[in-house]
Design a protein around this ligand. Structure first.
Ligand code: SF4
Length: 299
């Protein structure tokens, strides 16, 4: 659905299911207003948003207009708030912070999806701005980032951001682009899992984004699937709780499974989402915590 209350040279803000961002463990089944911003510090060869990523054309969102829109959307059930996406939201951070104040004043949530531009220091300097954060990783070596034209040490910066956000109580989900079916790709994935296990928490959601332009960016089948499925199964063997194939729409590995008893607790192959197998954020079968945020607690 398009949301026609703004004008933007790059396209209209739009309303999406929160799972489309993707956030799978924060207010599942709710919807958000997505505000896209131009510019990106990376130059991925497989970029599917070149006009947005390379544009310099920008005028800030007016906080009062954003608030007005959020207020009208908030009268509908299941509206969570806004999510900044792009492009790279950290390039327009003052605008993000200003609008966040307006949205929070209405008791709604603010999400940010970053490609690595947002830093731990910027987040720490603006506490209370972000409720949910998606950190997209392009690989898990500095060399992979270097090949994408990134500044030095952007991988380390993204890792520091995740750790800072968790320390601040921000809900965090991770994404890793899977652009190659190679041993190097598997090694980077293994290194990321080890970081999750050693320095983060095994319940943090990790979305694998399959990059296969020849099959489209919404993948259902094809030669990449066995490779991707092996990656998910490898994480499950190591008890990393929630790894998803989130752009393989309709795939079983988009479901949330209890990491203890393996019951499917949220089936994402159906719509609307059925949360009846979740009890107070726990598995309805065995009581294991599912690391879900289900309530807008300050409303
Ligand atoms: S990070 Fe995303 S928007 Fe930026 S160049 Fe890469 S694919 Fe495009």
């Amino acid at each position: 659905m398009r949301f026609e209350r703004f004008s933007s040279p790059l396209g209209q803000p739009y309303i999406a299911d929160i799972e489309e961002i993707p956030f799978y463990h924060y207010l599942p089944g709710e919807r958000v207003l997505v505000l896209e911003v131009p510019g990106c510090p990376l130059h991925c060869a497989y970029c599917d948003r070149v006009p947005l990523a390379r544009s310099q054309d920008w005028s800030p969102y007016e906080p009062l207009r954003v608030a007005d829109s959020v207020a009208s959307l908030a009268s509908e059930p299941g509206f969570a708030g806004i999510v900044w996406d792009g492009g790279e939201p950290s390039l327009h951070w003052d605008n993000v912070v200003q609008c966040a104040h307006s949205v929070h004043a209405l008791g709604r949530k603010v999400g940010v999806a970053t490609n690595g531009g947002l830093t731990a220091d910027l987040l720490a300097d603006t506490p209370g701005t972000v409720d949910m954060l998606l950190v997209r990783f392009k690989g898990f070596t500095e060399e992979t980032y270097h090949a994408l034209g990134a500044a030095p040490r952007i991988l380390a910066s993204s890792q520091a951001l995740v750790e800072q956000a968790l320390n601040m109580g921000v809900h965090v989900e991770l994404m890793l682009d899977i652009a190659r079916q190679t041993q190097q790709q598997e090694q980077e994935y293994t290194d990321m899992l080890n970081w999750i296990l050693q320095d983060l928490r095994r319940s943090i959601p990790l979305h694998l984004r399959a990059i296969a332009p020849e099959h489209g960016f919404t993948i259902r089948e094809g030669p990449v699937m066995p490779f991707l499925e092996n990656l998910v199964e490898s994480a499950r063997r190591q008890h990393v709780g929630f790894v998803y194939l989130s752009n393989c729409h309709g795939h079983f590995f988009n479901n949330t499974m209890c990491p203890n008893c393996y019951s499917v607790v949220i089936d994402r192959t159906t719509s609307p989402l059925d949360l009846s197998l979740v009890t107070d954020g726990k598995c309805g079968q065995c009581g294991t915590d599912l690391a879900l945020t289900l309530e807008k607690e300050n409303l």
